[in-house]
Design a protein around this ligand. Structure first.
Ligand SMILES: *Cc1c(COP(=O)(O)O)cnc(C)c1O
Length: 350
């Protein structure tokens, strides 16, 4: 059979997401989804939509969602770009700001999608080794075409402070520094958004998938100075002018306006996370100090793949990567207290 794919496509290695079983009965701790439902105001807002308006195209710029996000951050709408999940926003940022000319710095252990976009857009990545304890040394990030880091990082769960981000911004004056804040609402560090007024090369990317419990609606956004937002709009309007449907925009606006609910659910997840860490540590496992809605546990000297399989047999899904430096670890999303009891019981029986 003839291969009709272009040479470029033939050599891509697409992202492999965590399993999404469609039947009940699983304790699903593998994709960092929120165990709680989205704000009830999301459902109210969606219910109020007149279905007759669905014949119209939605606002291309995010409409009320963009307005609500700008207001919540004390910024202007021209600082916000809305996209179909932060994965799309990040992909557009690669396309808009990075080329093959010079490598982009990124940690050797981070979100698995970054190298995939590197392949897709012919952007070379310079994988900079994290320290042995998985902390990031900002002095290694210099003179790149750009930088992409997740803060807090995934799957390690560790975060760096504003001073470290600031030195990375200063050390890469000719390139865009992308800070992926998918997990910032679970962290006790301040957002890089505070640096926005002083750095024209900072782009912060966030998602509604984790802290807002809206992974199924595919909503993400970027925050930056207007010239970077214009760059993202240029990429978007050369590809798909209406990336977010009106239901998603409405849901995002309602979720943004319900800050109390966001704080409440994040606090619940954080409390469950900290209790889970304490129990694992009491069992003798080393756990990296988590800043997201997941934890990264060291199974060595026992076999992490074996524990992964044992949990799987017991219908508990976590994440394991057979990759250098992390093949002795498991990443476990934080579920409800009941989910975590089931997980801990299974681990203790292994
Ligand atoms: C989950 C995740 C994303 C993707 O978020 P979506 O908005 O669902 O596309 C991006 N970056 C990191 C680090 C993530 O963990």
């Amino acid at each position: 059979m003839k291969n009709y794919l272009t040479k470029h496509m033939q050599q891509l290695h697409p992202y492999t997401a965590g399993l999404q079983p469609q039947e009940d009965g699983w304790i699903k701790l593998n994709t960092n989804e929120n165990p709680y439902p989205p704000s009830p105001k999301v459902l109210d807002a969606i219910n109020k939509i007149d279905t007759a308006t669905l014949r119209l195209y939605p606002p291309g710029d995010g409409g009320k969602m963009r307005e609500a996000i700008a207001k919540s951050l004390n910024l202007n709408e021209e600082n916000i770009f809305c996209g179909n999940g932060s994965d799309e926003v990040l992909a557009l940022a690669f396309q808009a700001f990075f080329s093959e000319k010079k490598p982009v710095h990124t940690p050797d252990i981070s979100y698995g999608f970054y190298p995939v976009w590197g392949g897709m857009y012919n952007v070379g990545l310079n994988f900079i080794e994290l320290n042995d304890d998985f902390t990031l040394d900002p002095t290694h990030y210099k003179n790149g075409q750009g930088v992409i880091i997740a803060n807090p990082n995934a799957p390690t769960g560790l975060a760096i402070g504003l001073d470290a981000i600031e030195s990375i911004l200063k050390q890469n004056p000719d390139g865009v520094v992308l800070v992926d804040e998918a997990y910032i609402d679970f962290a006790d560090i301040p957002s890089a958004v505070h640096l926005l007024p002083r750095y024209d090369n900072l782009l912060v990317v966030r998602t509604f998938s984790k802290s807002h419990a809206l992974a199924g609606m595919r909503i993400g956004y970027a925050i930056g100075q207007p010239h970077l937002i214009d760059g993202l709009n240029l990429a978007k309007e050369s590809f798909n002018s209406y990336p977010l449907d009106i239901l998603a925009q409405t849901a995002a606006a309602a979720a943004t306006e319900d800050a109390d609910y966001l704080n409440h659910t994040c606090q619940k997840v954080i409390a469950t996370r900290n209790r889970t860490v304490a129990v694992l540590e009491a069992m003798g496992y080393e756990v990296l100090p988590p800043q997201g809605n997941f934890l990264f546990m060291n199974v060595v000297p026992r076999d992490a793949k074996e524990l992964y399989n044992y949990l799987l047999e017991n219908k508990i899904l976590v994440r394991y990567w057979d990759k250098p430096r992390i093949s002795g670890m498991l990443r476990v999303s934080i579920g409800t207290d009941r989910d975590m009891e089931g997980f801990l019981k299974c681990v203790s029986q292994w």
